[in-house]
Structure formats: structure tokens, C-alpha cells
Design a protein around this ligand. Structure first.
Ligand SMILES: [Zn+2]
Length: 100
């Protein structure tokens, strides 16, 4: 689904997946008493995961933090998942260069 997205093309989809999984864990785990995670700890885990996604996923060409940009300009979320070019500097990553 996201194979041609700029996040995948730059080898950063793992950061996205780690962030999403930790956000889900932090949001859902406290609901299950047997897991032993308080709502406070869950909120901290989810917040750190969100911060990780914002800080860690950057454009290899112009160094912009894509999800920080998208937080300010919501219309940039689409190009991050559908387009093969950086929504800030327009560098096209479909050639396979810049894989980290
Ligand atoms: Zn860029």
C-alpha cells in the first residue's frame, strides 16, 4: 500500500511502524488491568512514540522533519503516504537513492 510512498522509498517506514505500535500500546494497554500499565505511563509512552515519529523521520535531502511539517500543514500528510517526492524540497526519491 505504501510501497511507493516517500517514507518507504527513503527506508524510514520502520520508524513509522515503531511509532504507531508504541502509540497503540500506550493508548490501549492501560485498559487491561492484567498488563499493569497505568494511564499515566500509557500516555507517556504514546507521547514519546509520537515525538519519535516527528523527530526521526526526515528528508534525506533537505533535512526537514516531514511529520512536524505535516503537523503544521495538514495537507502534507497525503503526499507523505502517496507521493514519491519530498513535499518540502520536491526531490523525487523514486530512483532509490538516499535509502538509509
Ligand atoms: Zn526535502
Amino acid at each position: 500500500m505504501f510501497n511507493r510512498s516517500v517514507v518507504t522509498l527513503t527506508g524510514q517506514m520502520w520508524k513509522m511502524l515503531v511509532g504507531v505500535v508504541l502509540m497503540l500500546v500506550g493508548s490501549v494497554a492501560p485498559a487491561f488491568e492484567s498488563i499493569g500499565m497505568s494511564w499515566t505511563v500509557g500516555t507517556i509512552v504514546a507521547t514519546i512514540a509520537y515525538g519519535f515519529v516527528i523527530v526521526a523521520i526526515t528528508c534525506p535531502k533537505c533535512q526537514q522533519r516531514w511529520f512536524l511539517q505535516a503537523l503544521v500543514h495538514a495537507e502534507q500528510y497525503g503526499p507523505l503516504f502517496k507521493g514519491s517526492a519530498c513535499p518540502v524540497c520536491s526531490h523525487d526519491f523514486s530512483a532509490g537513492d538516499y535509502v538509509r
